[in-house]
Design a protein around this ligand. Structure first.
Ligand code: PMP
Length: 283
């Protein structure tokens, strides 16, 4: 089971006890963050910290020790003997335990803070061949910019993709493609890279932000602009981004084969640039 972090302590995961009155359990009243460990460092921890604090602020959850996250995240890597392999650290902070009421607890109660780590084997095959994804109406709320643990629309939509042998579900809201159930999405049209602008309809992905930087530094034209679903036939290439799968090419979107049905040149260029950045950081 390994060692986990719970309210200031590192302890065996199976010793953790969370109240049934925890608002995370009752209302999904909490936020989370996921960081990637690359055999020696967390990738862009400072951006994850900025997003974590923003999520807490937006939901008015008070966790004064937020700055301790990078320290105990590293403790979890060490204690679980994950230093020399790819790993993820998951953090969740809820508003804490209190008698069930829609209003926030008054007086305030301490937040519940839980974190754990696990090692994994990255799927390098999918980054090479690409994936097929489905399109579906965005059934989520209007604050997708907050990394809230209320992920039922995401898990239901992803499950639908999974049951159809597809690797991601991409959402469409009011005719515009927003993002995936757990990824951001980029399009290539005539050499220009498009992605949905930061807004309340998408999560500001840390990978998204770094891909925009990499594209700009490489002289690739980038437009943060939402794309209408009815313009799919104009798209030559698509890829999705997230912390665990990094840059993954998409070869089929909502039943439409993209380009030649294999990862295109801009996608491969961006993917390789990202991979090279990681290699350089590993030293
Ligand atoms: N959008 C959603 C809905 C997500 O769940 C994720 C994964 N956290 C992303 C985008 C990508 O974000 P990141 O690059 O920070 O992992």
């Amino acid at each position: 089971m390994g060692t986990a972090y719970f309210n200031g302590k590192l302890l065996p995961k199976d010793e953790i006890k969370i109240s049934p009155d925890d608002r995370g359990f009752l209302f999904a009243d909490g936020i989370y963050e996921v960081v990637r460990w690359y055999e020696g460092f967390f990738y862009d921890m400072s951006s994850h910290m900025t997003r974590l604090k923003r999520s807490l602020r937006e939901l008015r959850i008070n966790w004064p020790e937020a700055d301790s996250f990078p320290i105990f995240a590293y403790d979890l890597i060490k204690l679980n003997k994950l230093e020399n392999q790819p790993a993820m650290v998951y953090l969740q902070v809820t508003r804490g335990a209190a008698r069930r009421s829609h209003s926030f607890p008054s007086p305030e109660v301490p937040p519940t803070v839980y974190a754990c780590a696990w090692g994994f084997v990255p799927d390098s095959q999918l980054k090479e061949t690409g994936i097929k994804v489905m399109l579906k109406e965005d059934i989520r709320w209007s604050r997708c910019d907050i990394k809230s643990v209320a992920l039922l629309p995401n898990t239901m939509s992803f499950q639908e993709a999974h049951e159809n042998g597809l690797k991601e579900c991409i959402f469409v809201r009011n005719g515009f493609i927003t993002e995936g159930s757990h990824s951001n999405i980029f399009f290539v049209i005539d050499g220009t890279l498009f992605t949905h602008p930061e807004s309340n309809h998408v999560l500001s992905g840390i990978t998204r932000k770094n891909i925009i930087r990499i594209a700009e530094d490489s002289g690739i034209k980038i437009r943060e602009e939402a794309l209408q679903e009815n313009r799919i036939r104009l798209i030559q290439e698509v890829f999705i981004t997230n912390t665990s799968a990094e840059v993954t090419p998409v070869t089929e979107l909502g039943g439409n084969t993209l380009g030649e049905g294999v990862p295109g040149p801009v996608t491969r260029f961006i993917r390789d640039k990202f991979d090279n950045e990681i290699k350089a950081l590993k030293g």
